[in-house]
Ligand binder design. Sequence first.
Ligand code: SF4
Length: 388
Amino acid sequence: MTESNKKKRTTRQIKIGKLTIGGDSPIAVQSMTATVTQDLKATGRQIEILEKAGADVIRIAVDSKEDVVALKKLREHTDAVLSVDLQENYLLAPDVAPLVDKIRYNPGHLWHLQKDKPIREKVQFIVSAAKENNCAIRIGVNCGSVDPDYKSRFPDDSVQSMVESAVDHCVMLDEMGFTDYCVSLKDSDSNKVIDANKRFAERRPDVPLHLGVTEAGLPPEGIIKTRIALEQLVSAGIGDTIRVSLTLPDDDKGEEIKVGREILSDIAEGRFRSVPKNFLEGLNIIACPSCSRVENGKFVELAQDVRKITEYANQYKITIAVMGCRVNGPGETDDADLGLWCGPTYVNLKKGEASLGAFPYDEILKQLKNELDKIIEDRFGSVPSQVS
Ligand code: SF4
């Protein structure tokens, strides 16, 4: 497939600071800082690494007034196109909007604060701040935090609950006369990302889309999962910006940009790398890319160790999710056979939605292996012999 016979994108163009996305603009590649925002040295260094790697947009999480103060200082030292992730604190929108080029809000997080206030008023609050400061907006829907109202309306179709939530927020922004917005619909399952973005693009072919597989995990699996989704979508004319979310040490974060560009250039030149035949038919380890919320610096090492100690179970169709914090960890491990989410001094272990307890970092791997052995025995009969 060459650039000329790839399906044409139909989205409108929007401005994110000096960057234009949508329509026939090049697909932008972005990433997010994974450091504590208030650690100015570490976050400043991450911004530098991502800028050097050629990031078109750099996203920073802001959750408190102290984070806003840090963001202001970081802004003074960079001309990069910055986006801010409002996490659960939409009230910070007017404080951050003068400092950045785009605000990302998650429709599923708007109900946390001021529970009695209608969602529309909260959206209007963000839109007004964005309008006054020439900021773009991303409506960022995420599988682990879909608005409970939409979840209950589509209990058997998680993809549709994401799509409907995004479409309704687009209507709200349209009615508020705000057009500089894009949408993202992320899931940790590549097929659901494909499905959600295709369904959304059918409903709103005019709205630019930011693509990504959330919690794709460690390379190389994280790259393959993202590649599966991007190959399908970009070649179908869907996608205006992308992020490859990988679990990487802080200093290697630039890899997300490098890999993103490689995938796009392969797609443009028709180099579709075939996915390993049995990929995702065996053991599937999902890990979040880590961000400023990560609760213990050992997280990346933990994810790497989980993969190492579970290698003996590679042939079994079992999913293990490893998440860095209490915000998204509990919800985003629900669909995994075994889930781990980090606290500051302990790691929580789950089997499906049920909690199996919290264990110190030096005990969790042993507990995980015991539970994995039990699942293999229950479902497949016997545990394979392991070389110790
Ligand atoms: S699970 Fe927590 S630490 Fe990991 S990327 Fe999501 S918010 Fe950040």
